[in-house]
Design a protein around this ligand. Structure first.
Ligand code: GAL
Length: 473
């Protein structure tokens, strides 16, 4: 009896140790060579890049990405992260530019979202703007913080004031015009002009255009201003739309959608447009968030696509799974890479548990029971997983190990989509050429949530589906 108990206790310890060591082991540093949408990105420490509701500014030849630091357990403010990059593919974690405050409006159990940074052209100081709120979204205002260094620490100052009053709006963005003037954008399409010192608001440049129009994003090409926003569907993706004007005060012309109808903006919500100006061309990068509530740290990803611009028409007609932008010339190209495709029916994929192999319009393998899994051993330097994302899909747990069993990379990925979509959902960092094993498990969880009106969103089951694997030789 006692012996059995001891054996159980010992086995329990071993499991505890294995599980925890898997979590604590430092993961392989991120290394990549293109912009891949919809997959977790890894920083120089092997941690997932957590920078949502983001913006990017270029400073001293480097790009700085600011975004919301998320957790997998709650929506409470966890700070705003800053990353840097020279190629826009590999991101180095710099700092928590504005950490969780000990108390106050960005203290514990508050919300902090849609962080945006601009450099004041006169003082040379960096200004950070954000949406601050309660966890239930009942005390919203646009706040600001200042730093002498781009990476922070930023000093939180509270609400930015217009005639002595805060701007009580939730979704917000910023825009810096060619003359250095700064603007605060809020949902509905309102634009406010900042004072020259960026520390208060001096004018309402544009009145509300419409209801909804969340995640307001504005950019300029030549003499045309483009104003993008989303519908109001919480973390769920929808078809975003835009307006154009030749002046920030309008009149604004509604231009409709810029991604194919029903693509839900290629399954993302806009947050910023970055012009990459080079010697030969300027590529405008549409930056969107593919949210994944509640696992926003592990499984929310980035959808960055080049925008086609022709006069007042902007579009993302196709989803570019992988592409490159040359930060010197400003030119963009589709990226193919030297990948071998392994279909889900390949005999070297070992399925464990109740898997169904379905051949409809696409051939997929699917499983729903927690811990059902498949594994694939390969020789190469990178592996990726394509899925058919579906409304009843949940999270998959990915574990990548080398031939000695050392953990290389572990992550949760989100296979849910409100409308069916084939796409890459996981891509390992580029690794030394060697033997590795990828294991993919049904996590037994799914993204789902309800908004302030108690409407339910998200997936209806925990299914995971595999379309194919890709291996880089
Ligand atoms: C979205 C908004 C996000 C976040 C979310 C919360 O519509 O754009 O920033 O506030 O709602 O449900």
């Amino acid at each position: 009896m006692l012996n059995q108990f001891c054996t159980k206790l010992f086995t329990g310890f071993i499991y505890f140790f294995i599980l925890n060591s898997a979590v604590c082991v430092a993961q392989q540093a991120g290394k990549t060579d293109a912009i891949y949408s919809g997959v977790p990105w890894y920083d120089q420490n092997g941690n997932v890049v957590s920078a949502h509701g983001a913006n990017i500014i270029r400073d001293n030849g480097k790009y700085y990405l600011f975004g919301e630091a998320h957790s997998d357990t709650s929506n409470a403010f966890a700070g705003f992260n800053c990353y840097s990059s020279t190629d826009l593919y590999n991101w180095k974690f710099e700092s928590i530019a504005l950490p969780l405050q000990p108390a106050g409006k960005l203290g514990p159990n508050r919300v902090g979202e849609r962080v945006k940074v601009m450099k004041n052209p006169t003082s040379g100081e960096y200004f950070m703007y954000m949406h601050a709120d309660t966890l239930g979204y009942k005390d919203q205002f646009v706040g600001y913080a200042i730093s002498k260094n781009i990476t922070g620490p930023y000093q939180f100052k509270g609400p930015i004031l217009f005639n002595g009053k805060p701007i009580k709006k939730w979704d917000m963005g910023t825009f810096q015009d060619q003359d250095g003037k700064g603007y605060i954008l809020t949902h509905g399409g309102v634009i406010h002009q900042l004072a020259d010192d960026y520390q208060s608001i001096v004018a309402e440049t544009n009145k509300q255009l419409t209801s909804g129009f969340e995640s307001p994003t504005l950019f300029r090409k030549g003499n045309i201003y483009y104003f993008i926003g989303s519908n109001l569907t919480s973390w769920e993706k929808n078809d975003n739309y835009y307006y154009t004007a030749s002046s920030l005060s309008g009149p604004w012309t509604a231009q409709g959608l810029f991604a194919p109808k029903g693509s839900l903006t290629w399954n993302s919500q806009t947050t910023f447009v970055l012009p990459v100006e080079g010697t030969k061309d300027t590529t405008f990068i549409f930056m969107g968030d593919r949210w994944s509530y509640p696992r926003q740290l592990s499984a929310a990803t980035y959808v960055w696509q080049p925008l086609n611009i022709l006069g007042t028409a902007i579009s993302i007609p196709e989803y570019m799974q992988a592409w490159q932008v040359n930060t010197s010339t400003g030119e963009k190209t589709q990226f193919k890479g030297n990948f071998k495709v392994i279909e889900n029916s390949n005999k070297s994929i070992h399925y464990k548990g109740k898997w169904l192999h379905v051949s409809d319009t696409t051939s997929i393998s699917r499983a729903t029971d927690k811990n059902d899994s498949f594994s694939y051993t390969f020789r190469g330097k990178q592996i990726g997983l394509y899925t058919l994302a579906l409304p009843d899909n949940g999270y998959a747990k990915i574990v990548l190990q080398n031939k000695k069993g050392k953990l290389i990379n572990q992550n949760l990925v989100d296979l849910y989509s409100k409308t069916p979509k084939i796409g890459l959902v996981y891509l390992s960092p580029i690794l030394p050429h060697n033997d590795y094993t990828l294991r993919v498990f049904v996590a037994g969880e799914r993204p789902n949530w309800s908004d302030k009106r108690k409407s339910n969103y998200g997936s209806t089951a925990n299914t995971i589906t595999i379309d194919k694997l890709i291996v880089r030789k």
